[in-house]
Write a protein that binds this ligand. Structure first.
Ligand code: ADP
Length: 583
């Protein structure tokens, strides 16, 4: 590759060469022609009619005619006879030299001499010829002569060669100036072009920070300005694109839905952590659509879909239920692919199921007492006074107790709903934990005695205070102790133990009652869940006690643990954070 500098130098050199050649040849030609013209003008002036008549007179002399003529001619200063370059010859009619100024005895026959031989004046000259000559026929009556003036063009040649050498010198000087100028000029051009080249390289490498200095107002200056503008626009565009990409990749990374993109051949090209989590597998570029979703949809069918169309599918992975939305992401089959959005609906399905069960449970729980109330009331209505007063009283007792049960259920449900919607108002105070435990103990003592249970309370002095809604905390402890009384055969042993554990207080209620089968333990806190429905109902339970207890403890950052051996007894422990006294 030739550099701009070399090219410029070559152009300048060629230019100067062409210029000098043209000027030189015009000059040399001009000078040559000028001399030839001068020669013939001189000749014309000399060879006037009178002068030719004189020559003719001399030519007519019987003897020494040629010598006389030569003398006359040489005496003509206008003729400029100079023996070294311009000579005069007297020729006879055949072109033989009879006499000459330089004593030469022959001349070469030229076209002009031939003209003169034919009786015409030979006065043709040309720049190409190496001589200038004139042949004038002189008729001396009996004898005919030719006066021949020959100039060997030495003066012209000397001048031409001098001119040539001047032109050569100026050519060399011109060339040197040219080279220096070309160098300097190219420097002016090349410096900003080099800066532009470096700038483009920087831009290509992604560095936009530095704007190039604009040093001139010419086309290169304009180009530099435009380049700066272009790189600014490019930088803005790239940073906008980058921001968009970052936004999307952040969204992609943190979105809860899983996204997997497949390339045109069905290989995984992109996926987010949620997708790996939901599919319970580490996705790599080795995995294919058919391998992962082959059962749910066909890849080629998806590729054939229009951009706005999509397919839905369901997939089960372990105990997860996944909903799939599959769509092609480009109309072009070669560059596009398929995007699968995975929505984990496990929780949604579970909560739908729980809600359905809950509604069924509520209806069932309320229908049983309602049926009882209705049938007893109808019997009373129908039988009227026929019923013995004892039975009547008994029936009315059942109606009242069933109504009470419904009230309890509705009350408990209302409490739970309030917790669900965060509407439960808490009356928070600081109170001694031991007092709450003792209160419950006092309240149930009689009930325990009625069932012939041995109820003990172990509560060490100096238990720390707790902070919370006293009434609700006592409701929780009461529920647990009541359960122990309810689910223990009469004459059982029930121990209430309070104490501290780290920065927490706890109360444990142990009984040697019927116990709970292991499989039921995890479900005890579900609403309306009861191990033995009949027994629970019989003893006035709603199946909501433990659910409410759990909610109340959650509100107090507390905890509840149930351990039980079926047939041997149950141990329930609740823990609550103690208030720390600043010392
Ligand atoms: P319920 O109103 O039926 O007592 P809970 O929510 O208080 O409802 O208790 C749920 C179920 O847990 C009870 O129906 C019972 O089967 C079981 N349960 C609770 N405490 C005990 C216990 N101390 N011993 C045996 N079973 C218990």
């Amino acid at each position: 590759m030739r550099s701009l500098r070399t090219k410029m130098m070559m152009i300048m050199v060629l230019l100067i060469l062409a210029l000098m050649t043209v000027v030189g040849s015009f000059l040399i030609n001009g000078v040559g022609n000028y001399y030839i013209e001068e020669f013939y003008v001189q000749m014309e002036q000399t060879f006037s009619q009178d002068f030719i008549a004189q020559l003719q007179e001399l030519a007519a002399l019987p003897a020494d005619g040629p010598a006389e003529m030569k003398q006359l001619l040489m005496s003509q200063s206008d003729l400029g006879i100079d023996l070294t370059r311009r000579n005069v010859y007297i020729l006879d009619a055949r072109g033989q030299v009879l006499d000459s100024s330089n004593q030469a005895d022959s001349v070469s026959v030229t076209t002009n001499i031939l003209e003169a031989m034919n009786g015409q004046v030979g006065q043709r000259g040309s720049i190409a010829s190496s001589i200038m000559d004139l042949a004038v026929p002189i008729d001396g009556g009996s004898s005919r002569y030719i006066v021949y003036v020959l100039d060997n063009k030495d003066t012209v040649n000397a001048l031409t060669s001098q001119l040539f050498s001047i032109i050569l010198q100026s050519l060399v000087l011109g060339l040197v100036i040219c080279v220096v100028l070309a160098f300097l000029l190219s420097q002016i051009l090349i410096t900003p072009i080099r800066a532009l080249t470096a700038g483009t390289r920087q831009v290509a490498a992604g560095e936009f920070a530095q704007a190039l200095a604009v040093t001139s107002r010419d086309e290169i200056g304009m180009l530099t300005r435009n380049f700066n503008h272009m790189s600014q626009v490019l930088q803005n565009t790239i940073s906008q694109v980058e921001n968009e990409r970052n936004k999307l990749s952040t969204l992609f990374l943190h979105m809860t839905d899983g996204v997997v993109a497949f390339g045109p051949t069905g290989q995984v090209i992109h996926h987010n952590p949620a997708a790996s989590r939901m599919l319970s597998r580490n996705l790599t570029a080795e995995d294919s659509f058919d391998e992962i979703f082959g059962q749910e949809a066909s890849f080629s069918k998806l590729l054939d879909l229009k951009r706005s169309e999509y397919l839905e599918g369901q997939k089960r992975v372990g105990d997860r239920e996944l909903e799939l939305f599959m769509a092609p992401f480009s109309a072009d089959k070669t560059g596009g692919g398929v995007m699968v959005v995975i929505h984990d609906v496990t929780e949604q399905r579970k909560s739908e199921q729980t809600r359905r069960e809950f509604v069924a449970n509520v209806s069932h729980e309320l229908r049983t007492p309602l049926t009882n109330v209705k049938s007893y009331a109808e019997t009373l209505l129908d039988a009227g006074d026929d019923l013995p007063p004892e039975l009547k009283k008994n029936f009315l007792g059942v109606i009242v107790s069933e109504a009470d049960r419904m009230t309890r259920i509705v009350k408990d449900l209302l409490t739970l709903t309030k917790f669900d919607y965060g509407k439960m108002e808490m009356n928070l105070t600081r109170f001694p934990f031991s007092k709450a435990v003792e209160n419950v103990y006092q309240a149930v003592a009689l009930d325990a005695k009625n069932h012939r249970h041995t109820l003990t309370l172990t509560c060490p002095d100096g238990l720390p205070d707790i902070h919370g809604d006293r009434e609700r905390i006592e409701q929780v402890i009461m529920n647990i102790v009541s359960n122990a009384i309810k689910y223990t055969a009469d004459g059982g042993q029930i121990d209430i133990t309070a104490g501290t554990k780290g920065d927490k207080v706890f109360v444990n209620v142990s009984d040697n009652g019927i116990g709970i089968p292991e499989k039921d333990l995890p479900r005890l806190f579900e609403r309306f869940y009861r191990v033995d429905k009949a027994r629970s109902r019989e003893s006035g339970g709603t199946g909501l006690g433990l659910s409410i207890a759990k909610e109340i403890l959650n509100q107090h950052q507390g905890d509840i643990q149930i351990e039980s051996v079926y047939g041997e007894g149950t141990s329930v422990t609740i823990t609550l954070p103690a208030v720390r006294d600043e010392t």
